[in-house]
Design a protein around this ligand. Sequence first.
Ligand SMILES: Cc1cc2nc3c(=O)[nH]c(=O)nc-3n(C[C@H](O)[C@H](O)[C@H](O)COP(=O)(O)OP(=O)(O)OC[C@H]3O[C@@H](n4cnc5c(N)ncnc54)[C@H](O)[C@@H]3O)c2cc1C
Length: 383
Amino acid sequence: MTDTSRPYNAIVIGLGAMGSATLFHLAKRGSRVAGFEQFQPGHAFGSSHGDSRIIRETYFEHPLYVPLVQRAHELWRELEEASGKRLMTINGGLMIGPRDGSVVTGTLRSAREHSLPHEVLTAAEVRDRFPPFQLDESLAALFDPRAGYLDPELCTAAHVDGARRAGAGVHFDEPVLEWNADGEGVRVKTSKATYRADRLVVAAGPWCSALLADLELPLTVERQVVFWLEPERDAEQYDASRFPIYAYEFEPGTICYGFPRLPRGVKAAVMHSGELASAPEKVDRVVKASDEGALRAAIRPVLPDLSKAPARGSDVCLFTNTPDHDFIIDFHPRHPQVLISSPCSGHGFKFASAIGELQADLLTSGSSRFDITPFRIDRFLGA
Ligand SMILES: Cc1cc2nc3c(=O)[nH]c(=O)nc-3n(C[C@H](O)[C@H](O)[C@H](O)COP(=O)(O)OP(=O)(O)OC[C@H]3O[C@@H](n4cnc5c(N)ncnc54)[C@H](O)[C@@H]3O)c2cc1C
């Protein structure tokens, strides 16, 4: 029976990537915490399902993310040790695009600024090393040896299990209906009870806007479709020991990306190509022939065989976008006891372990060793 009379040190709303990691890091350092999730563990309605998430050390989006991903890398390995589960596979990553495009120039910039290991490959070298990739001479490629992929379902479950073992209350199938500031703390009403806490973390992913309606944040929920393809020829060439993760800038500023062959097939998707919605409930979850056509057209110039491979499956997942595609990690402007975490614009999973630690630092000591000024919420207030 939950003791609802005694306030928690912190309550976390949402046990996806960010919420589970935050709950874990808070519980590990002895805080009295509880996490609430509206669905079952491993559900497929949010942003953290689908077998695989890219992690890469070079970061074409901006070099500021490199220290955060380096810390995330260490923490994923620690979580692997603690959980006994294989969470991360480092098989290398190819960043492909026009020489003067944002992927190639941005990857090089982050590698040079942070002295990261990387190789610049010609189209012929790419073909020799990774035969499924057939690059046109006009394209350049960079190899990031510390890139790879995470298993999102296992990562999230490992954080939840670790939090539970460290004493956290974990409540699945218990949606938070509303929260209110209560003096210097918060009162959180769920479908089952009302709880009090000193601090609140809103890690609700695509549902953030609903829980923070008063802020009128300019967030959008984006439909993202992924496909699992099954190569009919030389399928072993797509195994993780031979085939890297990749991002290919097929149009200026737009990428498609993919993974090696895993049990469900060779997963690939076009990034930021979906319709925008104001709420998760408004997203069309039906996959259409046009989604598949767009993916095949995007990968065809670099992965011609894969572009013809039959599809074994598909899925719809959600991005929560900020206008500049950088994150929001900040306290509520009117309620400093409330930490807002999540909107990760489709590239947040790899950082979740480090964001969980960072958010636990903010909640317990008020500061973090990372520069989080780019993630401040005031850039969107009153916009
Ligand atoms: C198809 C796809 C591919 C991606 N690829 C990559 C990648 O390769 N690399 C990478 O780094 N990132 C990637 N991302 C982005 C990354 O997965 C997300 O940034 C990350 O998973 C977001 O986690 P989250 O915790 O913010 O959201 P979620 O995982 O959606 O978690 C939010 C949780 O809050 C719960 N919740 C909401 N409201 C309530 C409420 N009122 N009460 C209780 N619970 C509530 C939800 O049910 C949900 O479980 C991808 C995303 C998608 C969709």
